[in-house]
Design a protein around this ligand. Structure first.
Ligand SMILES: *[C@@H]1O[C@H](CO)[C@@H](O)[C@H](O)[C@H]1NC(C)=O
Ligand SMILES: *[C@@H]1O[C@H](CO)[C@@H](O)[C@H](O)[C@H]1NC(C)=O
Ligand SMILES: *[C@@H]1O[C@H](CO)[C@@H](O)[C@H](O)[C@H]1NC(C)=O
Ligand SMILES: *[C@@H]1O[C@H](CO)[C@@H](O)[C@H](O)[C@H]1NC(C)=O
Ligand SMILES: *[C@@H]1O[C@H](CO)[C@@H](O)[C@H](O)[C@H]1NC(C)=O
Ligand SMILES: *[C@@H]1O[C@H](CO)[C@@H](O)[C@H](O)[C@H]1NC(C)=O
Length: 931
C-alpha cells in the first residue's frame, strides 16, 4: 500500500478552520513493537513507556519489584532496544514541513524514519524536535519510525573510558550500583541509590508527536514560559508587594511566524470564569523560535495564591493567543496559574533583626507574598523507578496524604527527574510548595563545552516549562554539593581543591544561575541544596554569586542543615542536632509494614534477616554492580536492630510472621519518635535566636518496597512516621523536652500562626494503670500560656528527680493543650488542641500493663471507637489489612483508661469491597512484648 492517504483532504479544512495550519499526529498509544535483535525478543510496546514495562506486560519478565529482580533483570538494561512504530496512516501527504517532537526520550536514542537516521538524543530531560520533512518524502511506503535505545550503563562506562573524559579523585563520586552516572544526563537514581533499586530503564518515557505544516505561516507551540512577578522584582531580593504584577508570556514554537504577529492574554478566575484581566501584550519580541510579550496587572486585582494553611489557593486560567496581523489565530495556549511571590531570603541579618534577638549571620527562610512562614514537610523522591506508570490518580492520592499530613512544602530532590506538569498542577491546587532542583547530586560533574551545552538546554526547557506553577518555590542546583561534595574533594585531593571548586562554580553558578534568572524573574536560585549561603550576588562577575563557604563566625547562623547520625545512642540527644535556620534533610531508616513486604517477597523470605530482605536494603549501598554482597546492607539492618533494642521492647513472638511484623513495627516506632524529636526541636527554634523556619525530613514516600527513610510506603500505606509527623506539624503543638542525662524536663508550646494565640495546657501525671499520681507528682496541673506568631514559649520546667514520682517506670505525663487563635489570612477564631505524652524512662523500661483495648466498629463502616480498660495504652496503633489504602485520622496515640476515642478511616483506594473494615486491628506497645 502506498502511503498517500485521503486523510489529508478531510483534515486540512478542519485545521485551517481553527486557524491553526498544522496537523498533529499523536504517537502515543499502543501499536509499537519493542525488540532486541541480540536477544531475539520482540513484544508489543506502547508510548510512553519503558522497556521493562513492555516486557512485563508481555510476560517476558516478572514484576521487576519482586524478590531480587532488581538484580536478576540487569540483562534488560545491558542491551539495546528498539521501539518501532506501526505504519503511520494519517500523515499529510504534501506538508511543507514535518517535525518529530519528543517530550522525553530515556536516554541515548537514534531515531530513524523509514530506515533513515534523522537524529540522536543524549539527555532524558530535554524536549527534542527533528525536521523530518525530507526523510518522510523519501519513504517508499507508509512511514514507520524506529527509536533505538542504547544501554545507558554501557554508554556511561564508555564515556568514562574515553581518555578525554574528566577523572576525579576517589571519594566525591558516590557509586551506588552502576558507576559513572555523572557522565550522563539521565535520572541519577536509575543507577541505584540508598533507598532504591537500579533498573537504569530505557524507552520513550514521555509523549511524542509528528507535527506537519500545510502552509507557510503556521506555528506549533513547544513550550510556554509564563512568568508572573512584581514590577521591578529581582530574584535574590525581596519583592515590593505594593507594585503592580508583571505577566510575561514567552512561547517557544516550530513553524513560521509572521514578523508582525501579536499576542493577547486573558486571565479568568478558575472557579467563576470571571475575567480578571484581558489585554494585548506589549513589548512583543520574536527571537529565533520564541515570541515574548508582557503586560501589567493592577497590584490588587488578582486574589493571591497561598500555601496550605496560610490562606486560599486561588488560581487563574491564562489563555495566551498569538495572532497574525489580520487577527487570524496562529496559536493558543492555556495555563492554569496563580499570583504569589515566593522568595528565599538569604540576606544578612539586619540590625533590626538583631534587636529582636535573632542571632547574627544570614537569613535562610522562605517568604510568600512578603510574609515569613514556617515550612513543614519532607523530601520527595521519584515515586517509581518507571515514570510512565506514575499516574495522576496515584499522585493525587499521595498529595492528599501530604495535605492530610499538614505539609506545606516538599523538596523535590535533585537526582530524580523534573516533575511532570500534572504533579505541579496537583500541588498548585493542594497548596503544597515544591522546592525544585536540577538533576545533579552527590558527585562532581563534567564541565566540558558539550556537557554544559546539554545541561543548558535541559535547564532552559524545564525552568520555562514549570515556571507558571504557583507551587514552584525555588530552584536549587543539586543535592549536597557544597555541604558534602566539596569537603569530600578537599579530603581526597587537597592540592586540587580550588580547581574543583572552580569546576563546581562553573556549572552550578556561572552556567545555571543566569539561565534561571533569564527565564524567571519570580524564583530564587541557589547552587546546592545545603551550604552556607552566599556573601553577595554580582551578576556581571564571572561567578555571579559569591558563596560564603567557610567565611563564617562561630555562634552565627547562616543557612540550612542536612543531618544524619546512625549512632542511635544519641538519637534523642537534642544537643546532637545541628542548629541552623532551616532543616532540609534529616532522618533514619525503618522497615515497611508486613502488608507491604508481602507484595514483593515470598512467604518463606518474610523474616528480618532473610537474604531477600537484606539485599533489598540498599543502606548502605553495595557501591558497585555486585548483587550478592551482604556486608553493607547488613550494617543498615544492624542500625535498625540496635536502635530498637536500645529503646523499645524487643518482640518475642512464637509465630515467625508475627515476630517479623512486630519487628518491622518496632523499627517504625523508633524512626517516628526520632523524627518527632528533631521536628519539635526545629520548630521550637522559630522562637530562639536561630530563628529556625523550616523542617523537611527525609523522605516523604517510597520508590519500592524496602527498608528506607520513607513515611509513606510504595502503595500509599502510612508508616508510623507519617502519622507522627502530621501530629507535630499541626499549627500549635505542646512538646516535652527531656534531657535523659540530667533529668531536666521542660514543656514548650510552639505556634506557626502569625498572630498570638492563648490557651491552657493540662499536665497530668498518671501511673500505668491510669490512676493519678499523688499531688500530681508536685506539678501544677494547669498552665495558662500565650504564644506569639511564629514563636515558642516555655510553659513548664523541672528536674524530674526532684518530682515526687514513686517509680519512674510507672509514670506518664499527659499533656493536653487547648488554644484559641487565628489561622493566617482568616477572620474566624479557631480552637486548636494537641495531646502529647512524656515518660522519664525509655519505652523498654516502662512497667507496661495490659491496657485491654476494646475496639468497637461504627455502623458507618469507617469509624472505630477505642477504649483502654486495663491501663494506659502507649503507641496505640490501628492497623488495616492489604487490599485497601487510606489512613486513620489519628493513630499511634496514648489512650488513658476512662476515655473513649473514635477514629475515622479515609479510604483512598479499596479493592476489598468494603471488607477491609473487618480486618482492622489494634495493638499497643504492650502487644510488642507478648506472644
Ligand atoms: C497538497 O496536495 C493537494 C492535492 O493532493 C493540492 O491540492 C494542494 O495544493 C497541495 N498543497 C501544497 C501546500 O502543496
Ligand atoms: C547499541 O546502541 C549504541 C548507542 O545507541 C550503539 O553505539 C551500539 O552500537 C549499539 N549496539 C548494538 C549491538 O547495536
Ligand atoms: C480557560 O479559558 C478558556 C478561554 O479563555 C476556556 O476555553 C477554557 O475552558 C478555560 N479553562 C478552564 C479550566 O476553565
Ligand atoms: C553579608 O555579610 C558578609 C560578612 O559576613 C559580607 O562579606 C557580605 O558582603 C554581606 N553581604 C551583603 C550583600 O551585604
Ligand atoms: C570566602 O568567600 C570567597 C567568595 O566565595 C571564597 O572565594 C573564599 O574561598 C571563601 N573563604 C573561605 C575561607 O571559605
Ligand atoms: C563486600 O562489600 C564490602 C563493603 O563495601 C567490601 O569491603 C568487600 O570487599 C566486598 N566483598 C566482596 C567479596 O566484594
Amino acid at each position: 500500500m502506498h502511503w498517500s492517504s485521503n486523510f489529508w483532504l478531510a483534515l486540512l479544512p478542519a485545521t485551517i478552520g481553527l486557524g491553526r495550519a498544522h496537523h498533529v499526529v499523536d504517537l502515543a498509544g499502543d501499536g509499537w513493537t519493542v525488540s532486541s535483535e541480540a536477544l531475539n525478543i520482540s513484544v508489543p510496546g506502547k508510548l510512553p513507556s519503558h522497556v521493562h514495562l513492555d516486557l512485563l506486560a508481555a510476560k517476558v519478565i516478572g514484576d521487576p519489584y519482586y524478590g531480587l529482580n532488581d538484580f536478576n533483570q540487569r540483562w534488560v538494561c545491558n542491551d539495546n532496544w528498539t521501539y518501532t512504530s506501526h505504519p503511520l496512516q494519517n500523515l499529510l501527504k504534501n506538508a511543507t514541513s514535518s517535525w518529530l517532537v519528543f517530550n522525553g526520550l530515556d536516554t541515548f536514542t537514534t531515531i530513524e524514519v523509514c530506515g533513515q537516521v534523522v537524529g540522536t538524543t543524549d539527555n532524558q530531560f530535554r524536549q527534542y524536535t527533528f525536521d523530518v520533512s525530507q526523510a518522510l518524502r523519501d519513504c517508499k511506503d507508509l512511514p514507520t519510525l524506529a527509536l533505538n535505545f542504547g544501554s545507558a550503563p554501557k554508554i556511561a562506562d564508555a564515556i568514562a573510558n574515553n581518555p578525554e573524559s574528566e577523572v576525579w579523585p576517589n571519594g566525591p563520586q558516590l557509586v551506588y550500583e552502576f558507576p559513572n552516572r555523572w557522565f550522563i544526563r539521565k535520572e541519577q537514581s536509575d543507577f541505584g541509590w540508598d533507598w532504591g533499586p537500579a533498573f537504569a530503564p530505557a524507552g520513550p518515557w514521555k509523549d511524542a508527536s509528528m507535527v506537519q505544516f500545510a502552509q507557510n505561516d503556521g506555528i506549533f507551540v513547544l513550550n510556554t514560559d509564563l512568568d508572573i512577578y512584581r514590577q521591578g522584582q529581582i530574584n535574590y531580593l525581596p519583592p515590593d508587594q505594593s507594585q503592580p504584577w508583571v505577566v510575561n508570556a514567552s512561547i517557544d514554537f516550530i513553524g513560521d511566524l509572521p514578523k508582525d504577529a501579536s499576542m493577547h492574554i486573558e486571565l479568568t478566575e478558575l472557579h467563576t470564569g470571571k475575567v480578571m484581566h484581558s489585554a494585548s501584550l506589549n513589548n512583543i519580541s520574536i527571537s529565533g523560535r520564541t515570541i515574548t510579550g508582557s503586560c501589567t496587572v493592577n497590584p490588587d486585582a488578582p486574589k493571591l495564591w497561598w500555601p496550605l494553611g496560610l490562606g486560599q489557593q486561588d488560581l487563574y486560567n491564562a489563555t495566551i493567543t498569538v495572532q497574525a496581523k489580520d487577527q487570524r489565530e496562529l496559536a493558543q495556549v492555556e495555563k492554569r496559574t496563580g499570583f504569589r511571590t515566593i522568595f528565599l531570603n538569604q540576606l544578612n541579618i539586619t540590625d533590626e533583626q538583631l534587636a529582636q534577638g535573632i542571632a547574627p549571620g544570614a537569613n535562610w527562610h522562605f517568604e510568600v507574598n512578603g510574609r515569613e512562614f514556617y515550612a513543614k514537610g519532607s523530601n520527595f523522591i521519584p515515586p517509581d523507578a518507571f515514570w510512565p506508570r506514575v499516574t495522576e490518580e496515584r499522585m493525587q492520592q499521595l498529595f492528599n496524604a501530604v495535605v492530610a499530613g499538614n505539609q506545606n512544602m516538599l523538596r523535590v530532590w535533585a537526582s530524580g527527574a523534573y516533575l511532570p506538569d500534572f504533579i505541579y498542577d496537583i500541588a498548585d491546587q493542594a497548596g503544597v510548595l515544591l522546592w525544585s532542583e536540577f538533576e545533579f547530586g552527590d558527585a562532581l560533574y563534567p564541565t566540558d563545552k558539550a556537557f554544559l551545552e546539554n545541561v543548558a538546554a535541559e535547564v532552559k526547557y524545564n525552568v520555562r516549562r514549570v515556571n507558571h506553577h504557583p507551587s514552584l518555590a525555588l530552584w536549587a542546583g543539586g543535592n549536597e554539593l557544597e555541604s558534602l561534595e566539596l569537603p569530600l574533594v578537599r579530603a581526597a585531593s587537597p592540592q586540587n581543591y580550588s580547581y574543583y571548586v572552580g569546576q563546581y562554580e562553573k556549572l552550578f553558578i556561572s552556567t545555571i544561575l543566569p539561565l534561571v534568572y533569564e527565564n524567571s524573574r519570580s524564583i530564587s536560585y541557589m547552587p546546592s541544596s545545603t551550604g552556607n549561603g552566599y556573601l553577595y550576588v554580582n551578576l556581571s562577575a564571572p561567578v555571579p554569586m559569591a558563596e560564603r563557604y567557610d567565611n563564617v563566625t562561630s555562634g552565627h547562623y547562616y543557612s540550612d542543615t542536612d543531618h544524619y547520625n546512625y549512632d542511635s545512642s544519641v538519637a534523642f540527644d537534642f544537643g546532637s542536632y545541628p542548629v541552623g535556620r532551616f532543616a532540609n534533610e534529616f532522618g533514619y531508616h525503618s522497615m515497611p509494614s508486613l502488608q507491604t513486604w508481602q507484595q514483593a517477597v515470598s512467604p518463606e523470605d518474610l523474616h528480618f534477616n532473610s537474604s531477600t530482605i537484606v539485599l533489598r536494603n540498599h543502606h548502605y549501598p553495595p557501591g558497585g554492580p555486585q548483587t550478592d554482597n551482604f556486608t553493607n546492607p547488613l550494617k543498615g539492618m544492624g542500625e535498625m536492630t540496635i536502635a530498637v533494642e536500645r529503646y523499645y521492647p524487643v518482640p518475642h513472638k512464637n509465630d515467625s510472621l508475627e515476630q517479623f511484623s512486630a519487628w518491622c513495627h518496632a523499627t517504625q516506632l523508633f524512626q517516628a519518635d526520632m523524627y518527632k524529636s528533631e521536628i519539635i526541636f526545629n520548630r521550637r527554634g522559630s522562637g530562639l535566636p536561630e530563628r529556625q523556619l523550616g523542617s523537611l525530613y527525609w523522605q516523604l514516600e517510597d520508590i519500592w518496597q524496602a527498608p528506607t527513610w520513607a513515611g509513606i510506603e510504595y502503595d500509599g500505606r502510612w508508616k508510623v512516621l507519617h502519622y507522627v509527623a502530621r501530629d507535630v506539624y499541626q499549627p500549635i503543638i505542646v512538646s516535652p523536652f527531656w534531657n535523659y542525662t540530667t533529668g531536666d524536663l521542660s514543656v514548650w508550646v510552639t505556634s506557626d500562626l502569625w498572630e498570638e494565640a492563648k490557651g491552657t495546657v493540662n499536665l497530668t501525671w498518671v501511673d500505668m494503670t491510669g490512676n493519678p499520681i499523688a499531688e500530681n507528682a508536685g506539678t501544677t496541673q494547669i498552665q495558662q500560656f500565650s504564644v506569639g506568631g511564629l514563636n515558642t514559649t516555655k510553659i513548664y520546667e523541672t528536674n524530674t528527680p526532684k518530682l515526687s514520682i514513686p517509680d519512674n517506670r510507672n509514670a506518664v505525663l499527659i499533656l493536653s493543650m487547648t488554644a484559641d487563635g487565628y489561622m493566617p489570612n482568616s477572620q474566624n477564631k479557631t480552637t486548636f488542641t494537641h495531646r502529647e505524652k512524656a515518660t522519664v524512662v525509655w519505652p523498654n523500661e516502662i512497667s507496661l500493663v495490659d491496657p485491654k483495648i476494646e475496639l468497637a466498629r461504627g455502623s458507618d463502616g469507617l469509624t472505630f471507637t477505642l477504649e483502654a480498660k486495663g491501663g494506659v495504652a502507649l503507641y496505640t496503633w490501628l492497623d488495616y489489612p492489604a487490599g485497601v489504602v487510606g489512613y486513620f485520622d489519628d493513630n499511634v496515640f496514648t489512650l488513658v483508661p476512662g476515655e473513649k476515642k473514635t477514629v475515622r478511616f479515609t479510604v483512598q483506594k479499596d479493592d476489598t469491597n468494603g471488607k477491609w473494615a473487618d480486618g482492622v486491628t489494634v495493638r499497643s506497645l504492650w502487644d510488642q512484648t507478648t506472644d
